[in-house]
Design a protein around this ligand. Sequence first.
Ligand SMILES: *Cc1c(COP(=O)(O)O)cnc(C)c1O
Length: 393
Amino acid sequence: MKTSTLCVRHPHGSDPHGAVAPPIYQTATFRQPTATEFGEYDYTRTANPTRTLLEQQLAALESGRFAAAYASGLAALTALTRLVNQGEEIVAGDDLYGGTVRLLEQVLPRYGVAVRYADAADPDSVRRELTPRTRLILVETPTNPLLRVADVRALSELARGAGALLAVDNSMLSPCLQKPLKLGADVVLHSATKFLGGHSDVTAGALVTDDEELHRRLCFQQNAEGSGLSPFESWLLLRGIKTLSLRVERQCSTALRVAEFLSGRPEVKRVFYPGLQGHPGRDVHRGQARGDGAVLSFATGDAELSRRVVESVRLFDIAVSFGSVHSSISLPCRMSHASIPPSARERLAPPPDLVRVSVGIEDAEDLLADLEQAFNVARPRERKTEAVAYVGA
Ligand SMILES: *Cc1c(COP(=O)(O)O)cnc(C)c1O
């Protein structure tokens, strides 16, 4: 079945009472047949039918056989990094979500796990950081917020050669646009808070894999640490996923218009979006993804001007996160990536003039008009005076 069908039609079984919408099994514990025989479910921390339904659907959407749903994207990432033991290493991309960097930089070293960074868009850069102790390669593609593109097929070969797992964070595109397992990744990470949920009303994460043994170890970790997603949040996510492919389709087409609009603005020095001609990762991206996503960023060369643009929009929410039906705008350096510790800022923090935009499902004309008025309000004063002076001369 195609992805848009998998968003709506559940791949497994149906409710015994014919409920079209799945029930929420809002129970912490399950009655057992006897003291020595156990039913399919015994305790919700371990497993819950509403969560199972979600996990089956996430697995189907990512073309894997197994998925585990977590309380957040970072809870999923934590479970993943638990596969790496003391004395072993992770090689990670150097443009990553700020909270990911915080975990890698400020939590993992306390457990004796070292992280080396490489430009994920350059397989040679990744190869140079591999050592006999590397257990995990972790990348985003496109990256957040600079929209760099990692070649998943090339990285999966490197990982295989090094005896490491390749994990791809697919939060920026969703399985409607990219299926990293099909490209050779061992595990797909999601902040389901973003496109999968799509309504900014649920915080959730997931790990999807086709490897049964890997899944078993992840589930052990999920149960041992109590990081599984609650029944109600699982249900919200099941509901959100139903419209995923429609939302993403609309968001992508509007995002391209926004990217083109921004490219034409005199205040904008550079637009980062793989859908634009001239994006350095465009060919690799086209070879592994079906669309360009709804997140883009741009630089003005002037942090103060960027701040004024962000603060002058009316329709976009000034908010972290992305992938929602509501458009949002942010200054990553001051917002989503402010959690990058000072020691790592020079290498891993986005530039201060970078603005990130997440395009929602509002009317494209309204969004473009809002950006236009924001640029006009935010434009530096000198330039206006110059123009007047020129006319006067
Ligand atoms: C938001 C995000 C995360 C973290 O997910 P939470 O659900 O906020 O914990 C991880 N990776 C990427 C790319 C993200 O954007």
